[in-house]
Write a protein that binds this ligand. Sequence first.
Ligand code: COI
Length: 378
Amino acid sequence: LTARPDIQPGRLEIERHPKPTAPPPSKSLVFGHTFTDHMLCIPWDILNGWGAPRIQPYGPLPLEPSCTVLHYAQTVFEGMKAYRDDSGRVTLFRPDMNMKRMNNSAARIALPNFDGDALLELIKKLVQVDKHWIPQEAGHSLYIRPTLIGTQKFIGVAPPSEALLFVICSPVGPYYPAGFKPVSLYATTEYIRAAPGGTGAFKLGVNYAPGVMPQKLAAKKGYQQNLWLHGPDHLLTEVGTMNMFVVLKKSGGGLELVTPSLDGMILPGVTRDSVLAIAREHASGKKKIPGLADKLTVSERPISMKEILTASKKGALVDLFGSGTAAVISTVDRIGYLGEDVHIPLEKDGMGPVSRPIWKELVGRQVGSIDHEWSVEV
Ligand code: COI
């Protein structure tokens, strides 16, 4: 067997949009509705490997109605963001993590793997072509959506012999329609997001569609997002489409920041990893984060609804938030659980004692106002 070609940035062809559009004012942006002028497409097939990459006008894809993605959800995706500062410098945030995770997700559903560095080089080219689309206002960015789908004309269930990797870009502001405000959660005991041995730890399209109906039920009950639980102990796993963190006051003084461990059901979020890293740098004294409690313990461990209720009764539940690329950090002010509401006593700005300082540090590292190796120039 001769090795089939990997992604080759050297073969890139660029077809400019014949009628480029003017980006809309940032204030009018609704998350995920607006797309830039160009997209990147890279075809793959089992005989020839990865073909010539192409940056071309954003537009419809030619797909066979029989192709595997349309029937069996053979699709993986990533979410990453580009920022542009006042001097015009364009950066990505920890893009190597997205490339690694996309390859892990692809392997889980037998889609082809690729050289992450080569794809990243091409994503940078795409971002350069459309860089005037990156909004500069605080809280805004260019959301980048790399996607890999099975395109073989075949209705059997098997690894596809043809695939397409494409990348589209969307200028965005806040993820939630309410803007940067705390959200309420409905802890569902009827539906689950993931199960042991399943696909919850991978960024697959198939993990998201089943969450839409429970989310509608939550909305009907007056909550914005679902809190996904697991098992008879009602362990907390994720919120909506985000990882989650809980902050507890410890009886001996100090705070504990808790997030469920990566046990195969939790998506290994880039923002999750960044929050943990920032908190651990603070706790170890490597880099003290202004405003964050001196005594901070950072735990990746199971946490149950029983523990949440007990902490809430004792006044020890002090902060709770979701983390994700799209929403960055989203605080939670209320959880509906078995007919009762648990309230999280956030402060006037809608944030808590841990979410606020960590969010500030994280955003600083993302937009480049805090110098950090996580920010990679395009
Ligand atoms: C992200 O946070 O980037 C995600 O992928 C969630 C998505 C469903 C918008």
